[in-house]
Design a protein around this ligand. Structure first.
Ligand code: FAD
Length: 464
């Protein structure tokens, strides 16, 4: 078998078993790192022969739903990233299962194309797409899973199949939004958008203007075009050296807006938002699609966090009052980020030939998150090793880029209300998974995908 196998005795065991949220301590029966679809078949068959189950994992951004891995071989797909092909004439991409959005978005952008990627370049394309995939172009173009044209996977019996609209259409349907429980995906093909420029960025206001900004945003989105996707946020940056000025220790309310129609139109459409409060920083600009890869400031590296999300149907004035009371200025909230992502538009319509997750219910996706500094966790060499040393430089780079040229009239945003300072090493905005459910089909959802495992039948070895 050509796949690499990692056991508890190996020096890289702790590295390979790590999840993105380092509060999740994965203890699989063994770890396999295949380099090809044939390797994946071998791993699946070998695990079955040994009475083990198999769980595919790319980045571990959604590790919690896997649950106990005591009888499971963790199949890490990082070795399957060799293929990233973009066909600019056809407007399509083919990627290996180990590919991340950061491998595709810049390359596609250089060719005048955009992908329906999420807010973090470090998220795996396969896991994101199998669970639905909510992008910043979603109000116009729907869920990413419904842009998939073909999937190659290894089934529970080790067979390699290529599924599309004509070949194994039921399996093709189930995989698009139904998650990864149907096999190990080895490659994906999907459509890209012909989009060379967008108008996008963020407006930062003092946190004590949260109420005005949120209410103005709500009025603005009431009749905004589907080409516009936007997010309202409250951000409490902790006072730690990793966070550059002027963000360090300060709180903001912010609106992120992404317009995927004519860029000049986008400029005009966003203009009224600047009247919502005192804009301190304004990063809105006409730019190629790769410009928004890090707009949301998601953390690039593993860290400990707790987050939760909620789909909201209607944002009533009473709901806004409750929200601001809970997490707004003066509330004492220390959450690093709370956001409302505007949904609707194409997300509420079933596209032709859609997969298991055809639409996204609700008008807003709410998400709140905080970093969890736990001394006992940092005492664990595996976790501490993953956390320390890999994060600081990258985080500083992200925010520094944002700061450069972003200050309007050389004015920083004044510190708004902030709760007591966060302690410990902190990070930008980590997020958990999104609550995507395939409505009415009873399939596993992106968040509650109980066990992304393939069952096996007989007892045996290399993982013991
Ligand atoms: C910081 C952050 C930002 C995010 N932003 C967004 C966003 O903007 N929009 C959005 O929709 N979601 C977002 N998410 C959620 C994200 O899309 C899901 O967590 C996604 O499942 C992660 O995929 P992964 O492969 O990176 O993670 P993993 O944990 O490796 O995999 C996730 C799931 O997919 C399965 N899987 C992965 N690869 C395969 C494969 N090859 N074959 C079969 N099954 C497989 C795994 O078994 C697991 O159940 C975000 C999550 C985080 C942590």
């Amino acid at each position: 078998m050509a796949a690499d196998f990692v056991t508890k005795q190996d020096a890289n065991w702790d590295l390979e078993r790590g999840a993105f949220n380092i509060l999740i301590d994965q203890e699989p029966a063994g770890i396999a790192i295949p380099r090809s679809a044939d390797d994946v078949s071998d791993v699946v068959r070998s695990a079955a022969a040994d009475g083990k189950r198999v769980a595919a994992q790319c980045t571990g951004h959604l590790a919690a739903p896997l649950g106990s891995l005591a009888d499971t071989v963790l199949l890490r797909t990082a070795g399957l990233d060799g293929v990233v092909q973009i066909d600019s004439a056809a407007g399509s991409a083919r990627v290996g299962a180990g590919a991340l959005w950061g491998d595709v978005v810049p390359r596609a952008s250089e060719l005048g194309l955009a992908a329906l990627h999420g807010s973090a370049p470090g998220v795996g394309i396969a896991g994101y797409t199998l669970g639905g995939g909510l992008s910043f172009y979603a109000r116009k173009h729907g869920l990413a899973c419904n842009r998939v044209t073909a999937i190659e996977l290894v089934t529970a019996d080790g067979e390699q199949v290529r599924v599309d609209a004509d070949n194994e259409p039921d399996l093709f349907w189930a995989l698009r939004g139904g998650g990864g429980s149907f096999g190990v995906v080895t490659a994906l093909e999907f459509e890209l958008l012909p989009l060379s420029q967008i108008y996008a960025g963020a407006l930062f206001f003092p946190a004590d203007q949260s109420s005005d900004v949120l209410r103005s945003w709500q009025e603005w989105i009431a009749d905004v075009r589907e080409e516009m996707t936007s997010v309202w946020r409250i951000l409490n940056f902790p006072p730690v050296p990793e966070i550059p000025e002027p963000f360090r220790g300060n709180s903001y309310t912010a609106i992120e807006a992404i317009y995927c129609g004519d860029a000049a139109d986008g400029e005009g459409l966003v203009a009224p938002l600047r009247e919502a409060g005192t804009v301190g920083m304004d990063t809105m600009a006409v730019q190629p699609p790769q410009g928004i890869a890090e707009l949301h400031m998601d953390p690039p590296d593993p860290l400990p966090y707790l987050g939760d999300s909620l789909v909201i149907g209607d944002l009533s004035p009473a709901a806004i009052d409750s929200l601001l009371k809970a997490i707004g200025p003066g509330s004492g909230s220390q959450l690093i980020s709370v956001e409302l992502r505007h949904c609707g538009g194409a997300l509420s319509r079933t596209p032709e030939g859609a997969g298991a997750l055809a639409t996204f219910p609700g008008s807003f996706l709410a998400f709140g998150v905080n970093f969890v500094p736990m001394p006992e966790m940092m005492a664990n060499p595996c976790l501490a090793g993953r956390f320390q040393g890999r994060t600081t430089a990258l985080r500083r780079r992200h925010l520094s880029q944002l700061c450069r040229g972003a200050l309007r009239d050389d004015q920083g945003v004044p510190a708004g209300d902030r709760g007591p300072p966060l302690r410990g090493q902190a990070a930008l905005r980590p997020r958990r998974s999104l609550p995507i459910k395939p409505p009415g089909h009873g399939l596993a959802s992106a968040t509650a995908c109980s066990s992304r495992v393939i069952s096996s039948t007989r007892p045996g070895r290399p993982w013991n």
